[in-house]
Design a binder for this molecule. Sequence first.
Ligand code: ZN
Length: 221
Amino acid sequence: MPQILNKPKQSFSQMLEDLRSMSDLKWGLYAFEQDVVWKSKLTKVEKQHIINEAIICGYNWAEHVKKTHGDHTVTELADRYHLKVESDASGQMTNRIAYAIYTPPRTITLMTEPIAKVRQLLNAYSLFSTTHLPDIILAHELFHHIESNEKDIYTQAKQVTLWRFLFYKHRSQIRATSEIAAMSFSKQMNGLDFSPFVLDFLLIYAYNPLRAGEMYQQLIQ
Ligand SMILES: [Zn+2]
């Protein structure tokens, strides 16, 4: 009998359960896979070192923010940082789906369509509370705001030589570093026991379950 190809082999709850227990290091390697510039230019050992540093950076900044501002929800903190949080209900403008966009100097745009789709998906299962969803997303973007104002922060200061020509060296930041630190920051700010990178999987699943199934297969290898 031909296999039906529009659905992944594993159930949604099984995949989510497996991904929730995946290590931050493994999610970090996933983030590098999304980094078109760097994924093939660094060794696995170099990537692991950078991932660990980025995780520590996000964690330490979350602790620093909590100590400086006290006990606040992420929404309240966004206000304390004078961030303008806007909603965009226009659906997806580009072919890259995202939950939110940070636009310097102080605007965070939450995309209501993907957030609603993921919330709907999660409401059918009790594995994951949806009430935290906006705060997880907002904390990630708050980190991008913080790093854009801190030139010495690891995610901004860490540069690697991309190419050399005679006496000229071109050094560049690594996009994945920012993403890993932002996820680590959000994890710590929201007291989560899983990596917020799980939200990437949920987002893909909400739009394309088959592609999410492929992503899952690659991740659990
Ligand atoms: Zn980000």
